[in-house]
Design a protein around this ligand. Structure first.
Ligand code: GLN
Length: 487
């Protein structure tokens, strides 16, 4: 077994055959983490004894003849998703030392299916960022080139999967935080539709946009984890009771009869030529697989960044009010009054980007500015959603870039927040409209960095995205096939 390249599905098949045990899988990953994490900072916390004891328990269950879809499968988890008893600090000083009191619903479901929780992955503080450079625990690096960022905010999850330190990982996606790091590191990043996976136990950033999803080495693993986590939850009123897609529809081999829209607004002149070439080559493969590709327009795309950077900070400013030094985590010393306690705790506890978002959010919600900013943004959000509704009348899925360029260099955008924000221009629209979307690695560029394409599907039609991605991946020779393709 080589945990550096095995997919979750292959690892599970090996467990079923008795080729290896969960303990062996976990030990191998722990050795890789020990050797590699110092350079990449992909994991924040790993409790080796705890991971090994979970693995041994899974092995004992298997020995007794018990079976579950993920029995003994090790997963890495972003530091903003609660796993009972493990740290859950959102890579923030304000939650330093905070331990999760219970499992997030997604985690409880994966646990019930037998998953083993390896450790906590690095992220931008409170998931605000696109490079994992805004982590209070230091930046993570891109395993394909350590001078480059792994993307963010789920950069630790993407780096761990790409570097062979995890077979698969969970992330959260509010404006692109699963898909963008997946694109930069060369993993499959899948964000289900808003309402599909419970947000209970995911530390809230922007509640109308947040969604839990996966970073994996192949499309089939994304499908597997999706079916394990999805479904209604009484603890999250935004989850839907609509039926899940048919699993066979997520595992397509061709694209006959499928119409794929290619939106012109997602191919601006500033798009990096290698990204453009990789996405257009993916369109070509779609046609070779029997799909029809159609030029479409999503005319309100140009407002997406302005809308996202009003709505997301507005919701964040409300959600982060709970970190006041009283209820969770850090409490500043020496306070002379409750107000002084709040001020000191929040001043010491939050990093610069989080403070910027809270200020932005409080500003756009304040009386006198609310109508001009927040209300206008909500109206524009509806127009963006309507664009997609119209497009999906004629198309089954949409093909677009994930990011304007391949991974950028460490430090390149940290001094210019607007440049950092613009890396979300192609991903935040799916969150604003509540759609499902997937980032699929397509090729390597001349510098040895991954290039990816994004598939966007209608809300609750995860099969449209997973099925098309499965067919493309297969056409390119399986989960690692893209590595041999050039753009
Ligand atoms: N990069 C975006 C932001 O900074 C998206 C973050 C996310 O999806 N969590 O808000």
């Amino acid at each position: 077994m080589d945990t550096a390249s095995v997919t979750l599905g292959e690892a599970l098949a090996g467990l079923d055959r008795g080729d290896w045990s969960s303990e062996e899988l976990v030990s191998d990953l722990l050795a890789r983490i020990e050797a590699g994490n110092g350079a990449l900072n992909a994991y924040l916390d790993v409790d080796a004894d705890d991971a090994l004891s979970q693995a041994r328990a899974a092995d004992r269950q298997r020995a007794r003849g018990e079976r579950a879809p993920l029995l003994g499968a090790p997963l890495a988890v972003k530091d903003n998703i609660n796993v009972a008893g493990q740290s859950c600090a959102c890579a923030s000083r304000i939650l330093e030392g905070y331990k999760a009191p219970c499992d997030a619903t997604a985690i409880a479901r994966l646990r019930r299916e037998g998953a083993v929780f390896l450790g906590r992955t690095n992220m931008d503080e409170f998931a605000m960022g696109s490079s994992t450079e805004y982590s209070a625990r230091g930046p993570a690096r891109n395993p394909r080139n350590p001078d480059c960022v792994p993307g963010g905010s789920s950069g630790g999850s993407a780096a761990a999967v790409a570097a062979g330190m995890a077979l698969a990982a969970l992330g959260s996606d509010t404006g692109g935080s699963i898909r963008q790091p997946a694109a930069f590191c060369g993993c499959v990043g899948f964000k289900p539709s808003y309402g599909r996976v419970s947000r209970y136990g995911l530390t809230a950033f922007a509640s109308s946009l947040d969604q839990i999803g996966s970073l994996t080495r192949g499309v089939d693993d994304a499908t597997r984890l999706f079916f394990s986590m999805a479904g209604p939850d009484a603890r999250d009123a935004t989850t839907v009771t609509l039926p899940l897609p048919a699993p066979e529809a997520c595992r397509r081999e061709d694209l006959k009869g499928v119409v794929i829209g290619v939106p012109k607004e997602y191919f601006p002149s500033a798009l990096a030529p290698d990204v453009r070439a990789a996405v257009l080559a993916a369109a070509e493969t779609c046609r070779a697989l029997g799909a029809e590709t159609r030029d479409i327009s999503l005319p309100h795309t140009e407002y997406a960044m302005a809308v996202y950077y009003i709505v997301a900070p507005a919701e964040a400013s409300a959600n982060l009010a709970r970190f006041d030094g009283v209820r969770y985590g850090r409490r500043a010393a020496g306070a002379t009054s409750p107000m002084d306690l709040y001020c000191r705790t929040r001043s010491e506890g939050f990093g610069r980007e989080v403070k910027r978002r809270i200020l932005l959010g409080a500003y756009v919600l304040s009386s006198g500015y609310y109508d001009a900013y927040y209300l206008s943004a909500q109206k524009a959000r509806t127009l963006i959603r309507d664009d997609f509704t119209a497009a999906f009348r004629d198309c089954d899925a949409i093909l677009a870039p994930v990011t304007p360029s391949a991974a950028f260099r460490m430090g390149e955008k940290t001094e210019d927040p607007v440049q950092m924000y613009l890396t979300d221009v192609f991903t935040a629209t799916a969150n604003l409209a509540g759609l499902c979307a997937l980032s699929l690695p397509c090729a390597m560029n001349a510098d040895g960095l991954p290039l990816a394409a994004q598939l966007i599907g209608p809300a609750f039609r995860e099969d449209a995205v997973l099925g098309a991605a499965a067919a493309l991946e297969r056409a390119w020779g399986g989960p690692t096939g893209w590595m041999g393709r050039r753009a």
